[in-house]
Design a protein around this ligand. Structure first.
Ligand code: GLN
Length: 546
């Protein structure tokens, strides 16, 4: 029997509902259950693929090639369950589906309304998970009270009513703000938020109260009284120093036990959370520090490189070191001296990105890392930059560039990186045209690659066959392989048909790896990605030299 847990948020946004859901998922797994997590997003975009990472944070790519909300990354990092396309739905998708059916005549002339047509579509999305896990955790994006959330709240209310309280549970995440003048945490916003939720017909079973300091018993009693919830189900969710402490903290406050209690499950298990204890111990007590420069563009919003930041931390966990990240705006290098910004840096990473802005600076960063033999990790655009740098500075192709940048008004040059319009995949021949829509026209999701025997990357992976997730439109042109190889590049990873360069490394460098895919998407704290483990190790060794 599949049980459903709905997680809503109140008072303000950014309360860490996604993390909370992921952590609860991890706790249920530790109790021996199979979990599935999904997210219902109330915005109108069909997917976050075309949304700016400045505004919305990273776009998380699933194995099956969907561009989804970054919370799916949290789910996967905490539970290890690979996220799938149908784990995320947006209002845009729901309406697209309903309107397509309407145009097709599927509704037989009925008047199409939010209730029941939109709400039914949402319920179908939830119900489709039936049988795939013991617990399905559904996070509702946004904050209760937003106009956009209404159809989702109505849908989960109906759903809860249909399956009954033995199979549906509502958790509401709220905030208790601290008011210095009063010297206390305030419960009123929580009371109002619960009232609002009840107005939609949903009575939360558990409240998860975010606060920056301890919540006194008196306050818990008060919340319980006003919100009609037993005091022990008012659970403090205090700030912690590392996100990987969240499962431990929630368990200590009794979250998983209360969830079991709500469902009347008497599984008297002693939880083994050693994995999380070990991770937290390593994060909190590192033996050294490694300083990594991330030369990118979306450097002013921490969420825009969410998975990357986490994967670097995982690399640190594996090596018992703290990874200190220095985000450097790539454009700075175009006017200023690279050296000034990279003093005391042990490794340089150029992450994925789109558009021409900042690319000249990234190319300078690659050159600096290559010439000074500083560990370099280029991801997606970071690999393309490494190729352009080598073409320009080693192969004598001065006009080397990517056809992507012409669209941004850059001078037309020699496109050593270009748009691939046709390639083979498991799904058959995939075709793209220059003028197709921006949304959904990329090489997305997991693709296999073959690694050269004896290469650095095959040693790192311990395998010659890998599968990694992609999200890009342009590819390094294989026709430049020979020229680049004559100048120290090694094409150590290729698509199985040998047409698409997937990994380049350098023969004359201690650690120089560029990958066309996004390894950060698959890294987990309990299973750090081998490339990040190796990169941090190399950077740590570099640090010991200086
Ligand atoms: N802009 C590049 C492309 O589309 C790289 C994309 C990325 O880094 N994710 O190919």
């Amino acid at each position: 029997m599949t049980r459903y847990i709905f997680i809503t948020g109140g008072v303000v946004s950014s309360l860490g509902k996604g993390l909370g859901s992921a952590a609860l998922g991890a706790l249920l797994q530790a109790r021996g259950y199979k979990v599935r997590l999904c997210k219902l997003d109330p915005y109108l975009n069909v997917d976050p693929g075309t949304m700016s990472p400045f505004q919305h944070g990273e776009v998380y790519v699933t194995e099956d090639g969907a561009e989804t909300d970054l919370d799916l990354g949290h789910y996967e990092r905490f539970t290890g369950v690979p996220a799938r396309k149908n784990d995320n739905i947006t209002t845009g998708q729901v309406y697209t589906e309903v309107l397509t059916k309407e145009r097709r005549g599927d509704y037989l002339g009925a008047t199409i309304q939010v209730i029941p047509h939109i709400t039914n579509e949402i319920k179908d999305f939830i119900l489709e998970k039936e049988g795939t896990a013991d617990f399905v955790l559904c996070e509702i994006g946004g904050t209760v009270g937003d106009i956009e959330s209404l159809p989702f709240l109505e849908a989960i209310r109906q759903f809860g009513n249909e399956v009954g309280p033995e199979r549906a549970l509502f958790i509401h995440v709220t905030l208790l703000p601290y008011i210095p003048a009063a010297g206390e945490l305030k419960t009123k916003p929580t009371q109002h938020s619960v009232k609002e939720l009840m107005g939609y017909g949903i009575r939360p079973d558990i409240l998860l109260c975010r606060a920056d300091r301890e919540i006194e018993d008196e306050e818990r009693r008060k919340i319980g009284l006003f919100c009609n919830i037993p005091e022990k189900k008012v659970i403090p969710a205090l700030d912690v120093s590392t996100i990987y402490e969240v499962p431990l903290a929630y368990h200590a406050e009794g979250l998983d036990v209360q969830v079991m209690d709500c469902f009347n499950i008497n599984d008297d298990v002693e939880l083994d959370l050693k994995v999380w204890d070990d991770i937290v111990a390593r994060v909190k007590e590192p033996e050294g520090t490694v300083r990594i420069a991330v030369v990118g563009k979306y450097t002013n919003l921490a969420d825009s490189y969410k998975s990357l930041n986490e994967a670097l931390i995982h690399g640190g966990i594996a090596n018992n070191v703290k990874v200190k990240l220095q985000f450097i705006e790539a454009e700075l290098f175009e006017s200023e001296n690279v050296v000034d910004h990279l003093q005391g840096i042990h490794g340089i990473l150029v992450p994925g990105g789109f558009g021409a802005r900042g690319t000249e600076g990234k190319i300078k960063a690659v050159q600096f890392a290559r010439e000074r033999k500083i560990p370099y990790f280029g991801i997606c655009l970071g690999m393309q930059m490494a190729i352009i740098e080598a073409c320009r500075n080693l192969c004598g192709i001065e006009a080397a560039t990517s056809s992507e940048f012409e669209n941004d008004g850059r001078e037309v040059g020699e496109n050593v990186v270009g748009l691939m319009t046709e390639w083979e995949s498991d799904l058959g021949k995939i075709k793209r045209a220059r003028d197709t829509d921006l949304g959904g026209t990329m090489r997305l999701g997991a693709y296999p690659a073959k690694l050269s025997p004896g290469s650095l990357v095959s040693k790192i992976y311990g395998s010659e066959e890998i599968s990694e997730r992609h999200r890009h439109r342009y590819e390094v042109n294989i026709n430049y392989k020979q020229a680049l190889e004559e100048n120290g590049c090694i094409f150590s990873g290729l698509s199985p048909d040998g047409e698409l360069p997937e990994i380049v490394e350098r023969a004359d460098h201690p650690w120089f790896v560029g990958v066309q895919f996004h390894p950060e998407l698959k890294s987990k704290p309990f299973d750090p990605h081998p490339l990040f483990v190796s990169f941090i190790k190399a950077a740590d060794e570099q640090g010991r030299l200086v």
